[in-house]
Ligand binder design. Sequence first.
Ligand SMILES: [Zn+2]
Length: 333
Amino acid sequence: MFVSYKKTNRHLMKNTILLLSLLLFFGCKENKKPQVIHVEKKKIHLPTFDKDRAYEMVKQQLAFGSRVPNSPAHKSAMQWILDRARSTGLKVIKQPFEAKRFDGVAMTGANIMIQYKPQLKKRILLLTHWDCRYTSDQEKDPEKKKLPVPGADDGASGTAILLELARALKAGQPPIGVDLLFVDLEDQGAASGNEESWCLGSQYWAKNKIPKGYQAQFGILLDMVGSKNALFTKEKFSERYAAFVNNRIWGAAKRSGNGQYFLSGEGRSVLDDHVFINLYARIPTADIIYTTSSTSSGFGSHWHTQGDDIQVISADKLGVVGKTLLQVIYEAQ
Ligand SMILES: [Zn+2]
């Protein structure tokens, strides 16, 4: 993606949320005393999100090497995602597809979806990309530029969080459908212009939905969500197409004790998978992505460099995002 136009344990964790606390005062002609109605606090029981397990899954992806399309690492990682997905016992769908890179290189890709309670109509879509960029084009050294990005944050962080969420959903059994979509060929686009050369897997899925006729109430995209420095602001396309989704995320972050990482300031415009999900799949979708005003690129200094490796990743940050998403899911039930 690029900034557009310059572009614990196995016990259930208890989270208490005050959904409604109404104090209604009725003027009473007879005794002049106000009547106070207390509405009971609704408790939400979230399953555990194991941040250390998520961190290990970032490491496991890195062990394959850069998951660049057509490479052995890409093939191995795809099989690993499928195996991890199937090990949850949830329904898994694979969508292979062919696409051309902006410079004509033929690529084979695969989108993978894990479906929790596929029979339910009320659903939420969570997605992330799992491929790695073929070039570290933000490096200054021409030799380093040629190397593919390790993709610890850009690819592996979101993938690890969604795989751990699959396990947490299976354990927690919320009464709402959730789909976890791992899209391929997101990060192979042209460095400038040609916006449709990015996000090829999400474009393909949005135009050829699996399952057929798929719909969800809303979607949330994760991209570069695992770095130590990551702080999140409301990305602008998300605000335009899915402001209510941003509000749910930001509210859930606060209520799950993670509000300090979700800032109130205005975010940037990022061309990312959610744009195509909004436009082509017509599912209002917001992007949780780390952007910053402290670098010229608008992203963390490790973005599209050799520095996007395990040392930038924080297990705590994976936990912040994972728990916030669980809160969103349980609040939407
Ligand atoms: Zn990227």
